[in-house]
Design a binder for this molecule. Structure first.
Ligand SMILES: Nc1ncnc2c1ncn2[C@@H]1O[C@H](COP(=O)(O)OP(=O)(O)O)[C@@H](O)[C@H]1O
Ligand SMILES: CC(=O)N[C@@H](CCC(=O)OP(=O)(O)O)C(=O)O
Length: 303
């Protein structure tokens, strides 16, 4: 399969009989395979877009695929912190998270957004179970440590991000049980430390850890850009791990795309067959990616 599409080349897909006929050979390729879909906060559009997304997830499950949804909610957390008058800042792409912030993060991610997505899937006829990494000790985390080097003195300084965690261990038993009961797991990127502390985990990183532990066939990262763009802002349809490292080093890939690409490398090195970064605002982005010859976004493979 080639992966050459730009969004304007993509067909207008509605879930209709002829689309399903076209999709059949692709469905067989993914039969009984785990596909992890990261639904980013920026990709979550209006109610109609959410319905399209939920419809796609239900169709995957009904066609024999085992979808796992990991959602973000960065913009939604930001809005709630603003409402509550809590100041928030990002360092190295991660939200500095004190005790008050971690409580809001958990409330927004594991509370509102998680249950909203479960509700959307339910409304499309699917059966979803909303969990976070704390449930059943599914994802344990350790505190993230980051350092910066002072350019004048060349002295390394530790950046304290508070309760920001990185996945330490994924207990896949919990997910296996949910999947074998033919339920769709919807996961919020909140994890638990050895001491019971709640940790805020970047949703891309969380999705990569889940995809790696589940040896997923595909990890789809749904965001608000068509995929990885080159210096001229053209979509790069396919990349290898080596290309990823080169484009970070030469400054083509920056900001929020860096944790995404690091997630891709992590997941590919743990056995995930391919990762796709794509625009979640395109109607039926997930179906277009998995069930058509055109593909969408940037497909990343080991080499
Ligand atoms: N080479 C690149 N190609 C595409 N996007 C890039 C690139 N470099 C940096 N970005 C930025 O990364 C952003 C996506 O990351 P982020 O905002 O964290 O997404 P999300 O909220 O979906 O996780 C894009 O909106 C874009 O501003
Ligand atoms: C540590 C850290 O930064 N956590 C993120 C978790 C949510 C997230 O990653 O959501 P998106 O995918 O929508 O960006 C945050 O607090 O915003």
């Amino acid at each position: 399969m080639t992966h050459p599409s730009t969004p304007d080349q993509l067909p207008d897909v509605h879930v209709q009989a002829e689309v399903l006929v076209q999709a059949l050979p692709h469905m067989q390729r993914y039969d009984q395979q785990v596909v992890v879909i990261k639904y980013g906060g920026h990709a979550m559009g209006d109610r109609a877009a959410a319905e399209d997304f939920a419809e796609d997830v239900v169709l995957l499950e009904q066609s024999g695929i085992k979808p796992i949804v990991v959602h973000g909610g960065g913009p939604q957390i930001g809005r709630m912190l603003d409402k509550l008058g809590i100041k928030s800042e990002f360092k190295a792409g991660l939200r500095v998270t004190d005790q008050a912030t971690v409580e809001v993060v958990e409330m927004v991610l594991a509370g509102s957004i998680n249950k909203q997505i479960v509700g959307w899937i339910g409304a499309e006829g699917g059966k979803a179970v909303g969990l976070c990494g704390k449930d059943g000790n599914m994802v344990t985390a350790r505190k993230v440590t980051r350092t910066t080097v002072d350019p004048d003195s060349n002295i390394e300084k530790v950046v304290d991000l508070g309760f920001v965690g990185e996945p330490e261990k994924v207990n896949r038993e919990v997910l296996d049980q949910v999947l074998s009961a033919e339920l769709i797991p919807v996961l919020a990127p909140v994890a638990v430390g050895q001491d019971g502390q709640t940790y805020n985990v970047n949703a891309d990183t969380f999705a990569g850890a889940i995809a790696g532990a589940m040896m997923a066939k595909r990890l789809l990262l749904l965001t608000d850009v068509p995929g990885v763009l080159d210096k001229n802002k053209n979509l790069i349809p396919e990349m290898t791990i080596e290309d990823c490292r080169r484009l970070i080093a030469d400054g083509t890939i920056t900001d929020g795309m860096i944790p995404k690409i690091e997630t891709c490398i992590y997941a590919l090195e743990r056995g995930v067959e391919a990762v796709v970064i794509l625009d979640g605002k395109v109607p039926h982005a997930v179906l277009l990616e998995l069930f058509t010859d055109h593909g969408a976004g940037t497909l990343i493979r080991r080499g």
